[in-house]
Design a protein around this ligand. Structure first.
Ligand code: KG4
Ligand code: ZN
Length: 342
């Protein structure tokens, strides 16, 4: 019988549970938290409380949809970090409780590695192409932006990362100053389709690290443009929303691809993947596909449902770790920062 893994994800504002058998996904349940919308961002204390309310029904539904009882689970994979500590604590504690109650081992998963390994989830009724090792993954989430060289499911090397804000943060913060709802990325994506990407020019970074990124300068440049224009015309944002979104998105994509192309050239790697919430961006997906077509890359875009936070990616990561006997102790604690995990 193939290995069966229950995955639990609670790093930010989505409570999710998934069951995977071998590498095939049997269920993937996600409860998104509406409580943050009115604040225009995630409030950590409210997030952990919502996780507490959601986690039992979410895990229960995932098991039922998969047709699996706890005694058929080989291991519980859970997100140990990075993320919000209170949120991570709910998932970790729940995993411990289930582990003790049913005598099932636990496997810790790095959330960012989970995003990358979402490319290896198989669906029962369709085949998703998998990149070959080694490949490069542009990991773009709400809190991180990295270029990762992936040599195997368990061997990953961060070769570049942002020195300040993440790409997702640039989307979310610029959306916020335009008065758009949280999370801003999907809203900007939608509005950008109606706008002219060349209408505005924003600052692009010059970062020393060969494959490193920076997005805080772009954010400031965006803010200054808005401030100056709103002084002249109070309705400026309303009138030019689509052009602002299109120009901002085009700048972010340009910054992201520039370093990725450089890394691919320098390392001679042509299997290129993207992962994380921002990999849902339609402009980025088109641009990377086009860049890859011109350069002879095999480009891998995750299915949209695996771009933002989900437990399927935690379950598949747990599968690879469990196969290598990488179990976690009951005394394990969650960690908020990536540096503490490495
Ligand atoms: O990976 P993720 O779900 O959570 C973290 O691990 O952070 O990423 C969330 C980020 C948010 O910044 C959100 O605005 C962004 O992904 N995002 C998008 C899109 N969908 C989600 N950004 C741009 N375009 C999208 N379509
Ligand atoms: Zn994430």
């Amino acid at each position: 019988m193939d290995i069966t893994i229950l995955g639990i994800e609670s790093s930010c504002d989505d409570t999710s549970a998934a069951v995977i058998r071998g590498t095939t996904l049997l269920s993937n349940v996600i409860a998104s938290q509406a409580v943050h919308i009115k604040y225009g961002g995630v409030i950590p204390e409210l997030a952990s409380r919502a996780h507490q309310q959601n986690i039992i029904p979410v895990v229960d539904t995932a098991l039922k949809e998969a047709g699996v009882t706890p005694d058929k689970i080989d291991a519980i994979a859970f997100t140990r970090g990075p993320g919000l500590l209170g949120s991570l604590l709910v998932g970790t504690s729940f995993a411990k409780g289930l582990s003790i109650a049913h005598n099932i081992p636990m496997v810790e998963v790095n959330h960012l590695q989970g995003h990358i390994l979402s490319h290896f989830i198989d669906l029962p009724d369709s085949e998703i192409p998998h990149p070959a090792f080694p490949f490069l993954c542009l990991l773009v989430s709400g809190g991180h932006t990295q270029i990762v060289k992936v040599s195997s499911p368990l061997e990953m090397e961060i070769i570049g990362s942002t020195i300040d804000d993440a790409a997702g943060e640039a989307f979310d913060k610029c959306a916020k100053v335009m008065g758009l709802p949280y999370p801003g990325g999907p809203v900007i994506d939608r509005l950008a389709k109606e706008g002219n990407p060349e209408a505005f020019i924003f600052a692009k970074p010059h970062v020393k690290g060969e494959f490193d990124y920076s997005f805080s300068g772009l954010k400031t440049s965006f803010l200054y443009t808005l401030r100056d224009c709103v002084k002249e015309d109070a309705d400026f944002v309303e009138k030019h929303k689509a052009d602002l979104c299109a120009s901002l998105q085009a700048t972010i994509i340009d910054i992201l691809l520039n370093k990725l192309i450089k890394a691919s050239k320098q390392l001679g790697i042509k299997d290129i993947a993207i992962a994380g919430g921002v990999s849902a961006n339609s402009g980025l997906r088109e641009a990377i596909t086009e860049a890859g077509r011109r350069r002879g890359w095999r480009t891998f875009l995750p299915p949209l449902k695996f771009t933002t936070d989900n437990a399927a990616m935690i379950a598949i990561s747990g599968y690879y770790r469990y196969k290598q006997g990488m179990l976690s102790e009951l005394s394990i604690a969650p960690v908020a920062r990536l540096e503490e995990l490495l």
